[in-house]
Design a protein around this ligand. Structure first.
Ligand SMILES: [Ca+2]
Length: 192
C-alpha cells in the first residue's frame, strides 16, 4: 500500500484556493496557528442564517475507487464556534457532482482534529469541498489549519499534488510523513 497526498494546505503563505462564498469573510491570519506561522480565520458576517466558504479549485483525484483520508485541524477563535460541516464533493470529468460526504467539526475551544476515510467514486476526477455553518448573530469566528487529503492505497505511480498559489501542481513522488511534515520521497505504508 502506498499513499499519495493530493492536498496539504497549511495556509502559511496564502488561502490555498479557499474563498468566502457567502455569510463570512476569510483571511490568512497569524494570530494563532496549528502549524505556524498562519491559519485560515473564518468570521461570520451575517446576523442570521448560514455561511459557506469553499475550496474553489478542485484537487485531482489520482486514484478513483480507492480510500482517501481527510483531516483538518480547527478551533474556536472569537465568541462561540458554531458547529461546522466539512462537505466533501466528488466531481466527475464533466464537472457533475457525483456524491457529497460530510465530516462533522463540532465546537472546540482548543485545536482539534476532524477526520474521516472516504472512498472516492469510481468516476471521480476531482474533489472539492465547502465548509458550512449557521449562526444567530454575526461575529463568531474559527480557525482551520493543515487540511490534508491523501489516497491511502494509491496504485504505484499515483501523483501527489500541492497548491503553489495559482494551481495544483504534481510532485514527482508521493509524500512521506516524517513526524513533522510531508516530505517528497518514497511511498509509506502507514499514515500518521
Ligand atoms: Ca499553518
Amino acid at each position: 500500500m502506498s499513499m499519495a497526498v493530493i492536498v496539504d494546505a497549511t495556509f502559511d503563505t496564502d488561502l490555498e484556493a479557499h474563498a468566502a462564498w457567502y455569510g463570512c469573510q476569510i483571511a490568512r491570519d497569524t494570530g494563532d496557528a496549528y502549524s505556524p506561522p498562519a491559519s485560515l480565520l473564518a468570521t461570520t458576517t451575517e446576523a442570521f442564517g448560514s455561511a459557506v466558504m469553499r475550496m474553489e479549485t478542485p484537487a485531482v483525484v489520482t486514484a478513483p475507487g480507492t480510500n482517501y483520508t481527510f483531516r483538518v485541524r480547527y478551533r474556536e477563535a472569537v465568541a462561540t464556534m458554531p458547529a461546522v460541516a466539512w462537505r466533501v464533493r466528488w466531481i466527475d470529468a464533466g464537472n457533475a457532482l457525483i456524491r457529497e460526504d460530510t465530516i462533522d467539526m463540532p465546537r472546540s475551544a482548543e485545536w482539534a482534529e476532524a477526520s474521516g476515510t472516504l472512498t472516492a467514486p469510481e468516476t471521480a476526477a476531482r474533489v472539492e469541498w465547502r465548509f458550512t455553518w449557521s449562526v444567530s448573530a454575526a461575529g463568531p469566528a474559527f480557525r482551520i489549519d493543515n487540511i490534508l487529503v491523501a489516497s491511502v492505497d494509491a496504485p504505484a505511480g499515483a501523483r501527489a499534488y500541492r497548491w503553489n498559489g495559482t494551481a495544483w501542481v504534481p510532485l514527482a513522488d508521493p509524500l512521506r510523513w516524517d513526524g513533522m511534515g510531508w516530505q517528497p520521497t518514497a511511498p509509506v505504508e502507514v499514515i500518521a
